[in-house]
Each structure stands twice: as structure tokens, then as C-alpha cells.
Design a protein around this ligand. Sequence first.
Ligand code: 7PJ
Length: 258
Amino acid sequence: MGIVNVTPDSFSDGGLHFSLDNAVRHAEHLVAEGADIIDVGGESTRPGALAVSVDEELNRVVPVIEHVTNNMDVCVSVDSSTPVVMTEAASAGAGLLNDVRALKRDGAVSAAARTGLPVCLMHMQGEPDTMQLNPTYADLLQEIDAFFSERVAVCRQHGIGELLLDPGFGFGKLPKHNLQLVNQLSTFRRHGLPLLVGVSRKSTIAKVTDDLQTGSVVGALIAAQNGAKVLRVHDVAPTVAALRVWKSITGESLDREQ
Ligand code: 7PJ
């Protein structure tokens, strides 16, 4: 899963159009590098990021989703927690809903269910503006596992058929928590659902090494070895290279897996 962030360029008079062009070109680049999914996001959820309005989020992501689904042979996911954005993204051709708030916003579960699309449920402690202030866990794995069970049950009750689970690397967690989650990712396999992990260029990787790209690729590879089926990454080409070498060593093929 290659990441496309759609944020307007303040230096351009064209504003939105300029960022549409950039986003589409970036998506093409990621597909050429080997991405199977393009994750389009219009709301920054990095620690301390400011909220965007619903209209702004729609204006950012919908044209990109439309363009990519109409012109490229790739699944588009929308990185959003906003019900109307999920609905409009589905109409524009998205094939996956990726919600860092695991459909906890009002109306999100029913909006997602109405689209009939698969949903990635991510764990986050708190909200993006405050989540890194004092993340605290009595039992990290148990708490995330219980969260998954609860959210999966709610989704099932609403008839959502296909789910993915993501422990939420970097979302309300200290570096030691993030590292433990990758190391013990296989715990979450018991839900019988595909796991998604995103370590790419996050501050925990930056704490360990100055080489963010290599660090992110190694983190993604270890997540894959511990059971991740989808890797959310900025650097698709080196991640694909790492997976190819791993799969060639184990005698498997990277193509048409799952
Ligand atoms: C994630 C995400 C992640 C899922 C972001 C960033 C922050 N969605 N959206 N998992 N991270 N499912 O890329 O630094 O880890 S935005």
C-alpha cells in the first residue's frame, strides 16, 4: 500500500488543482514501483496536526480517487474517519476504507456498511492532537486485542463483511510500544483477519536510525514476516525489493499472494 497525501500547496495559485496533479503523478509513480493499493488521505493524523473541515477533506480526496480509479489498475483506499467522505470515496471508486479511528465517529459504522467495502480498523489511544502526550498501557497486547474484538463485533453486527486489523504503529504509543507491536504482531493473527501495518518514516524509526528509508523497509519486512499482509509505505520500490528477496529465500512467490 503506497501512501498519497493530498495537501494543498500554499505556493500555487492553482491551489487544489496543483495538488491534484501532484497526487496523481505520485500515485502513478507508486504503482510503477509495485504498489497494489494506493492510500489517499486528506486529513493529517500526525501528532499535533490540525483538523480539516469535511468539505476540505472531500475536495482534497475525491478528485484524486476518481482520477486514479479511472486511469490506473490499482485498488484505492481512502484514509478517512469521516462518514460522508467514506460514502463519496466509495462512489468515486474506492475499494477499501482505512480508518485510523476504527469507525468510532458518529455514523461511521453505518456509512461504511452501506458502501459494502472492506474496512481497515486501526487502534489508536486518544486523538491525534494529544495522543503522544502520555500514552499508558497496563498490558499493551491485551488492550489492543480487546479493542479489536470489540470493533470487529460492532462491524459484524452492522453487516460489514471484510475487515483488516492494524495495531496503529505511532498512534498513542511510546517507541517501546511500537517496537513491541511489530515484534509480537503474530498475537493478532488469532482474529483470523488480514493485518495491516504502517511503520513508514515514523518517529520511532527515526529514534533508532537516521536512515529513515532503510529503517522503514526493515520494519516493514519484519512486520510481514510476523504476519502483516498489507504494508503501508512511502517507499514502495525498496519495500518490494526486500519482500522479493525474503520470498525468494523461502521459495514463495510475491505475485498473486494471499
Ligand atoms: C497509518 C494510517 C497507519 C493505517 C497513517 C503517517 C500517519 N492508516 N494512516 N495505519 N498512519 N491503517 O503516515 O505518519 O499506521 S497517517
